[in-house]
Design a binder for this molecule. Structure first.
Ligand code: T3D
Length: 262
């Protein structure tokens, strides 16, 4: 039997969810979206879980949506928007609404919706060799997974626009300097540092932490639900463009894209 694309392990009050498609840097397949969503929903309802950690297997954290799955799909814009709403949008809102702390242990590259996933968490520990990129514009898409709200919240609009429009890769030190991550650690220390942080968070007064999170959400992300909804609609439109098709072809052919603006 093939190994699950989502590994879930509980140690005391800490639940660790590992994205497990290492051959494609844990890019999201339908099964991974469903598995992560279900694991998060279960964790949010389980009182024995008082801190959740999300990380990736192998050398990547998460390379975003599986680009190969976007090729030649026959979905209408309405179908695409619907899939985003019942998949990624639930993942992001479950993390934000979960009344317990969620930590991203960024063990390697975080791109596209993989970056959104990390940004939705309450805290981010980052391996010194990890690379972060919004990535969407390289394939003619818009940021989704709440990234249009989460990114400017952390780095300000001017920098967010740069990161989204140019979609360049940034290293862990730059991510730290911009306020994208809480701490950068040597790759070999990421597991132990994450364990120590998660244990510390799990021992806090969880109800008060959950209520604090609710208040932060209201202060900083009061429109997250409608923003996720808007992103889904705009993404469905972006996916109809020639530039999206060219971006996908260029990625698969391992060449630079040549965008026409249409
Ligand atoms: O339909 C919808 O739901 C719309 C929603 C979209 C949400 C999104 O997330 S859109 C953004 C999708 N992600 C990307 O476009 C990122 C694509 N990947 C990259 O740009 C690079 O791979 C990375 C910057 C992430 C890492 O670069 P590097 O040089 O460290 O690794 P690599 O050699 O490019 O990748 C290693 C392998 O993973 C490679 O496979 P191979 O050649 O060894 O067989 C590569 O094709 C594969 N891979 C990496 N990212 C993806 C992927 N395969 C499928 N989908 C990916 N996203």
């Amino acid at each position: 039997m093939s190994e699950s694309v989502v590994l879930v392990e509980q140690n005391g009050a800490v639940l660790t969810i590992t994205l497990n498609r290492p051959d494609v840097l844990n890019a999201f397949s339908d099964a991974l979206i469903e598995g992560l969503r279900d694991a998060l929903v279960q964790a949010s309802h389980n009182p024995a879980v008082r801190c959740v950690v999300i990380t990736g297997a192998g050398r990547g954290f998460c390379a975003g949506q599986d680009v190969r799955a976007m090729v030649d799909h026959q979905l209408s814009p309405a179908d695409i928007a619907h899939l985003l709403r019942v998949g990624y949008n639930v993942i992001i809102s479950t993390i934000r609404e979960m009344e317990k702390p969620v930590v991203a242990a960024i063990n390697g590259v975080a791109a596209g919706i993989g970056l959104s996933l990390a940004l939705a968490c309450d805290m981010r520990l980052c391996a010194a060799n990890a690379v972060l990129t919004t990535g969407f514009a390289r394939i003619g898409l818009i940021p989704d997974g709440g990234q249009t709200a989460l990114l400017p919240l952390l780095v300000g609009y001017a920098r967010a626009a740069e990161l989204v429009f140019f979609s360049e890769r940034i290293d862990a030190a730059s991510a730290m300097q911009m306020g994208l991550v809480n701490k950068v650690v040597p790759p070999e220390a990421l597991a132990s540092e994450t364990h120590a942080l998660a244990e510390r968070l799990a021992a806090l007064p969880t109800r008060a932490i959950g209520l604090s999170k609710q208040a932060f959400n209201q202060a900083l992300l009061p429109h997250l639900a409608s923003q996720l909804d808007l992103e889904a609609e705009l993404q469905a439109r972006a996916m109809q463009t020639d530039d999206h098709r060219e971006g996908i072809a260029a990625f698969l052919e391992k060449r630079a894209a040549s965008f026409s603006g249409s």
